[in-house]
Ligand binder design. Structure first.
Ligand SMILES: *[C@@H]1O[C@H](CO)[C@@H](O)[C@H](O)[C@H]1NC(C)=O
Ligand SMILES: *[C@@H]1O[C@H](CO)[C@@H](O)[C@H](O)[C@H]1NC(C)=O
Ligand SMILES: *[C@@H]1O[C@H](CO)[C@@H](O)[C@H](O)[C@H]1NC(C)=O
Ligand SMILES: *[C@@H]1O[C@H](CO)[C@@H](O)[C@H](O)[C@H]1NC(C)=O
Length: 408
């Protein structure tokens, strides 16, 4: 008997496959149950210590000698599963899934990433041996609930073949622990197209988005804080790069460990950018766009309110001057119009020369501002320009400064 087993073990693989049909083999009918992700078989007599090997991975012990679980088994990639019995010594293997369709027609290099907090995008390339009319579809399956979702927002190449797809609002896409199987299936009228799949944890494929910094500050302190957004990662360290003047040498980089705020002393104006690194996987974001903050706030607030009131005063003055000018011109022309009217035969002679409304308004205005009008003595456009320029030179010649952003 032992010799027979030894012979079986030494036989070529193709013969070993046949031995499962042998009425004396200790396990028979080895098969994959894709729904439960179990490699299973029928026992034949007393057997002990069965283990399974997926391709060249480490062996896993069978449960009750009845099956091996392969939670992450691929439904697309042809995989060699070997079952080994220690007593009596025996070994066999199967391929799952069985090779089917045109090799090389399947989508290649499938890669997926979470980005900009809410989005999940996958890309792939058209298989090198794919028929002209091939079309690909992506769906994801939740590793825990096995719920499936089709992808809807496809990216196409110039032939119209799908080569990428995007899910919006991924917060609803998967349950804890966010393991997803991504599968790209293919169809064609000319050939059978195998599928392509990858299993990924969303936390591991996230391209982190650097947060926005908001600042509250006064003359001595600048308090920066930010809110990190991610559905799948939760512990972060940050790097702040702060530049207090325009020289690159004045840039300093600070590490902030698992806090979402930082206080800077003696600041004035500065530019800051931030990037984030996840604690466990060390996923690193890009640097954020630089944000500039002006923290010399008290002086600036003062300048700003002064500027505002000066502008308001100037506005009122201008309005009055304009009104006066208009009134003057009106009065000049109005003095000739009634004369023409009086000579017109269809105007009743007895009608009192009722002054138009604008004239009355001008008179009211004139009396209201009689004094300033007399003092200002604006004679023409050049005078007006002079009136406009004088306060400007005194108070508004300073170059524009950035507004303090953190004062809200
Ligand atoms: C599957 O793996 C076994 C060894 O574990 C090997 O003997 C056999 O040739 C493999 N089959 C294929 C088709 O690669
Ligand atoms: C897929 O990626 C591999 C390695 O990154 C590369 O050699 C291969 O050419 C790629 N295939 C296609 C179709 O782009
Ligand atoms: C940061 O702010 C910009 C503009 O206000 C906004 O478009 C962006 O979505 C924000 N980013 C984050 C991560 O909140
Ligand atoms: C600025 O703010 C910090 C913290 O909010 C405070 O401790 C400090 O006294 C303030 N300085 C001035 C000059 O108001």
């Amino acid at each position: 008997m032992a010799v027979l087993w030894l012979m079986l073990l030494l036989m070529p693989a193709s013969c070993l496959l046949q031995t499962t049909q042998d009425p004396n083999s200790p396990i028979k009918n080895v098969r994959m149950d894709p729904e439960h992700k179990r490699l299973t078989w029928d026992l034949n007599g007393n057997v002990d210590q069965i283990s399974c090997i997926e391709e060249s991975r480490l062996p896993v012990q069978a449960k009750n000698n009845r099956y091996c679980s392969f939670e992450l088994m691929s439904p697309c990639k042809v995989t060699n599963y070997t079952v080994t019995v220690t007593d009596p010594p025996f070994s066999t293997w199967i391929l799952f899934p069985e090779p089917d369709g045109t090799p090389g027609a399947a989508a290649e290099n499938l890669s997926c990433r979470v980005h900009d907090v809410d989005f999940l995008t996958c890309d792939w390339t058209v298989g090198r041996a794919a028929p002209q009319d091939v079309q690909y579809q992506l769906y994801v399956e939740d590793g825990t609930t096995l719920e499936r979702r089709k992808c809807l927002h496809y990216k196409t190449d110039d032939r119209g073949t799908h080569v990428g797809c995007r899910f919006d609002d991924i917060s609803r896409l998967s349950k804890y622990p966010h393991g997803l199987r991504f599968t790209v299936g293919g169809t064609s009228g000319a050939a059978r197209v195998p599928c392509t799949d990858v299993f990924r944890y969303l936390s591991a494929i996230e391209k982190l988005t650097p947060p926005n910094i908001t600042v509250t500050c006064n003359k001595t302190h600048s308090f920066m804080e930010w809110k990190m957004l991610s559905y799948f990662n939760h512990r972060f360290n940050y790097e702040l790069q702060i530049q207090k003047s325009t020289e690159a040498a004045a840039t300093e980089t600070l590490q902030v460990k698992e806090h979402t705020s930082f206080t800077l002393l003696n600041t004035g104006a500065y530019t800051v950018r931030i990037r984030v690194r996840e604690v466990f996987d060390e996923l690193l974001s890009e640097w954020s766009a630089p944000q500039r903050f002006e923290c010399d706030q008290e002086e600036d607030m003062h300048t700003r309110s002064l500027r505002t009131s000066l502008l308001a005063a100037l506005g009122v003055l201008l309005a009055l001057l304009l009104a006066l000018l208009l009134c003057r011109r009106y009065r000049l022309s109005a003095s000739s119009v009634p004369a023409a009217r009086r000579s017109a035969p269809w105007v009743p002679q007895a009608a009192p020369a009722e002054p138009p409304r604008s004239t009355r308004a001008c008179r009211a205005l004139g009396s209201a501002i009689a004094t300033p009008a007399a003092e200002v003595r604006v004679s023409g456009p050049s005078g007006l320009a002079a009136a406009l320029q004088t306060p400007g030179d005194a108070g508004f010649g300073a170059p524009e400064r950035p507004l303090p952003l953190g004062s809200r």
